[in-house]
Design a protein around this ligand. Structure first.
Ligand code: ATP
Length: 285
């Protein structure tokens, strides 16, 4: 039996636009995504000789075929014809759930990377990302990590220059928002401000953190904020203590700030931690 270890990294949306509903029921999006160092740990025992199993240190996470990590292992074995002869997946969960941080997708992507490495890379990283789309829309990006433009359902990826050196603060309020409900609302509303992806891409090329921060834009942010004003409260703390830009990620409810130094990040955490136990400092990865 062999045990594999792999990190699963959360994602933030620097920009997120919803372009329209497709015939298959999914939405076309356009988003600049950033992987960050908030991570789950994935361990996989291969060759247990037993039926597949999955465990997680956190309640509420499905421990059967519904878990995206399990699905990823199935999809990998189907696509490559590999038979691990018994597989046990263990997840140590740190990425807050239902936060817009793609925690489940990150776990799935980590399983794909780990299995691909174990079998001496039968798939290129791009083929592996493409395979991830069978598991979930954010999985391809989570396979790739770094900074990338995602289009289509999220499966069409283009690598962008790395984010300039900075820290992120990520705060997950108690409430969670429903992604399907938000897509329904967005179909019925006129989107006000849309992201200028080109401005963010140019700022990434120039390594201009201020310009990236200035152009953060997520079309879900105002929709969630109108029903949950505490998003504005969290942003006001960010803004008062050194953030250069702040925004909700994905369909929420986590809100992040970009800060230039660890000292600013630490002060912000201190200001929020009594009301918000789920507050994290992380870096781009
Ligand atoms: P996204 O940004 O992709 O919308 P999210 O952060 O909002 O993701 P997740 O934390 O990924 O949401 O999980 C959403 C749901 O997916 C959970 O409620 C859980 O039932 C299910 N799920 C399946 N696999 C996993 C996994 N490995 N980890 C966490 N949740 C999982």
């Amino acid at each position: 039996m062999v045990t594999l270890f792999e990190g699963a990294f959360a994602k933030l949306n620097l920009t997120l636009d919803v372009l329209g509903k497709r015939e298959d029921g999914y939405h076309d999006i356009k988003s600049i995504m950033q992987a960050v160092s908030i991570r789950d740990d994935i361990e996989i025992d291969i060759g247990t000789g037993l039926p597949w199993s999955l465990s997680c240190d956190k309640e509420d996470v499905p421990t059967d075929q519904r878990n995206l990590a399990w699905k990823a292992a199935e999809v990998f074995c189907d696509a490559t014809g590999k038979d691990p002869d018994g597989l046990a997946i263990r997840i140590t969960k740190r990425i807050p759930m239902e936060a817009g941080l793609a925690g489940g997708s990150a776990d799935a992507a980590a399983v794909l990377r780990a299995l691909n490495k174990h079998y001496d890379s039968p798939l290129s990283i791009l083929a592996l990302a493409e395979l991830g789309a069978r598991v979930g829309s954010d999985v391809p990006f989570c396979v790739l990590c770094g900074t990338a433009m995602a289009e289509g359902r999220g499966e069409r990826l283009r690598k962008l220059p790395d984010m300039p050196d900075c820290f992120f603060v990520v705060c997950k309020p108690e409430f969670s928002s429903s992604t399907p409900e938000l897509y329904r609302q967005i179909d019925e509303s006129v989107i006000g401000k849309r992201p200028d992806h080109q401005a963010v891409e140019s700022a990434l090329i120039a390594g201009d953190l201020g310009k990236i921060a200035e152009n953060l834009c997520n079309v879900f942010d105002p929709l969630v904020t109108k029903d949950h004003l505490e998003i504005n409260y969290i942003k006001s703390i960010y803004n008062s203590y050194g953030s250069v830009g702040q925004q909700m990620t994905g369909s929420g409810s986590a809100v992040f700030a970009i800060v230039e130094s660890f000292e600013y990040a630490a002060v912000i955490c201190n200001m929020l931690k009594d009301n918000y136990p789920q507050v994290y400092i992380c870096k781009p990865v």
